[in-house]
Design a protein around this ligand. Structure first.
Ligand code: HEM
Length: 272
């Protein structure tokens, strides 16, 4: 969120706290996402480079490799390879110093990010609607909504960039970052929940339950709501509003750190 800074000067204490909260969330999220990227690369690349598509069979994904369905397996391979590019590159796009010092790099990575995010969403839609996805009857609709939001937000962000409406472009690019990161939020949200409640509302046998349904929609809705609160507080003249938003974003930073830690220790490291 720190990259949205710069619209207003940060003279007052509430402004500075708000900026600091955005920066701390961003740093924690970037680190958490790069750990996820490390897991995806270290887990899937040896399969793909060693045994090709067929070796994805051993990746143990509930609706992953499908014997005999070449198109599905190509979509899956493309999907995980693209995940490395977009989750790895997304945080770089939001760092103002990189944007300002290396504008050409920002443009090239930005185009790559948007094109690959749209392509992987289409691959995801194909996989979901041909072979399903774990998580209950609403899961395919929720994850498809994420795909639609990714395509929509990418189009809006590009349109503003082409019209040189840079503030609007930046805000839509940040909304895009949130919906592209939804699958990561899902994983850290679930592991945060297991760590703090022991998994209330999750049936671990069937991977269904009210909390899983909430998380399928919450993975995009909750981050977008927090981002909107942050934007509103930046635009507002209310000192109390800025302070409340800063407290909320600091709380989100703590939850993001805990969830990333729990996902790393409980989900990703054990698979490597
Ligand atoms: C754009 C951001 C996305 C990223 C970075 C991403 C990343 C991944 C990764 C890394 C996996 C492998 C699972 C793992 O090892 O944890 C995966 C699986 C999968 N993804 Fe995505 N994904 C994204 C969006 C989507 C969307 C929008 C859809 C559907 C519309 C989707 C559908 C699927 C499906 C069906 C699987 C296989 C699920 C399974 O069998 O468990 N993904 N994704």
């Amino acid at each position: 969120m720190s990259s949205a800074n710069g619209q207003k000067s940060s003279r007052s204490l509430p402004d500075r706290l708000l900026n600091l909260s955005g920066l701390s969330w961003f740093l924690v999220a970037a680190l958490g996402q790069w750990i996820f990227v490390y897991y995806v690369a270290a887990f899937y690349l040896p399969f793909l480079t060693g045994g090709g598509l067929a070796s994805l069979d051993q990746a143990d994904l509930p609706d992953g490799f499908i014997a005999g369905d070449m198109l599905h397996n190509i979509a899956l391979a493309a999907h995980v390879l693209i995940a490395i590019v977009i989750i790895g590159g997304g945080p770089l796009q939001l760092i103002p110093q990189i944007r300002n010092s290396f504008p050409r790099f920002h443009r090239i990575l930005g185009r790559t990010y948007m094109i690959t995010a749209v392509l992987t969403s289409l691959a995801g839609l194909y996989m979901v609607w041909t072979h399903g996805v774990p998580g209950g009857p609403l899961a395919p609709f929720a994850i498809s909504l994420d795909a639609v939001l990714i395509i929509l937000f990418a189009a809006i962000a590009v349109r503003h960039a082409m019209r040189r409406q840079i503030d609007r472009h930046r805000r839509w690019a940040m909304r895009l970052f949130m919906v592209v990161s939804a699958v990561w939020f899902f994983r850290i949200g679930m592991m945060f929940w297991f760590m703090t409640t022991g998994g209330i509302g999750i049936n671990t046998e069937t991977f269904t339950g009210p909390f899983i349904t909430f998380l399928y929609f919450g993975q995009m809705v909750v981050p977008l709501l927090f981002l909107e609160v942050y934007f509103r507080a930046q635009d507002s003249d209310s000192m109390i509003g800025k302070l409340i938003a800063a407290v909320l974003v600091f709380a989100a930073t703590g939850a993001t750190a805990l969830g990333s830690f729990a996902a790393t220790m409980g989900m990703w490291l054990p698979r490597l």
